[in-house]
Design a protein around this ligand. Structure first.
Ligand SMILES: Cc1cc2nc3c(=O)[nH]c(=O)nc-3n(C[C@H](O)[C@H](O)[C@H](O)COP(=O)(O)O)c2cc1C
Length: 174
């Protein structure tokens, strides 16, 4: 049962996916939000909205004792992916990810790049072997999505499924 969650956006295209995830999470879950500096650049180019800081490594969520249950990094840049795979904690996002790993909590990464390099795939393989969930924003066509909005709902619904969060964000296969 998820009670506290961290949503983080790093500098890959599709920052709105992280924001939409935040918006769609149930009110009963305590939400914490981090944006990387590069994510802000991408966001300002893609969505024109207000920005927040990733510098505060003294934040509550940077400590395992705060008790975050899960974290989603959506989108996850190849840069942030590589840092997490190497155990680097140089900002609040990578620190929180490291905390999720050490505390054995659920961490979902949504790497966004096309195509993936062998380095990125190697990093994903390493993290997946450690139990981190690699769930890129991959489109599906079986669920009758007609719009970008419904395609995003499908992807976010899959992330919620992985966290055990009830949702009816997409039409399930019957
Ligand atoms: C408009 C824009 C789109 C980008 N899209 C991606 C992307 O889809 N995937 C990716 O790995 N990097 C992408 N980048 C590059 C990252 O922002 C860059 O590697 C940055 O160092 C990532 O830093 P961060 O992981 O701290 O956010 C993009 C950059 C810009 C300006």
């Amino acid at each position: 049962m998820i009670k506290k969650i961290v949503i983080a956006t790093s500098g890959a295209s599709g920052v709105n996916l992280g924001l939409k995830t935040l918006e769609l999470l149930p009110r009963t879950i305590e939400k914490h939000f981090i944006m990387s500096e590069n994510s802000k650049t991408v966001l300002s180019k893609e969505m024109h909205i207000t920005q927040h800081s990733n510098d505060n490594i003294g934040a509550s969520i940077a400590s395992g004792s705060f008790g975050v249950d899960a974290m989603i990094i959506a989108p996850c840049s190849m840069n942030t992916l590589a840092k997490i795979a190497c155990g680097i904690s140089d900002n609040l996002i990578t620190r929180c990810a490291a905390v999720m790993i050490k505390e054995q909590k659920k961490l979902i990464l949504a790497p966004r790049e096309m195509p993936f390099s062998a380095i990125a795939l190697g990093n994903m393989h390493k993290l997946a072997s450690l139990g981190i969930i690699i769930a890129p924003p991959v489109m599906a066509y079986y669920s009758e999505q007609q719009t970008l909005d419904s395609m995003e709902n499908f992807i976010i619904g899959k992330w919620f499924d992985l966290l055990g969060i009830d949702n009816s964000l997409y039409k399930r296969w019957e």
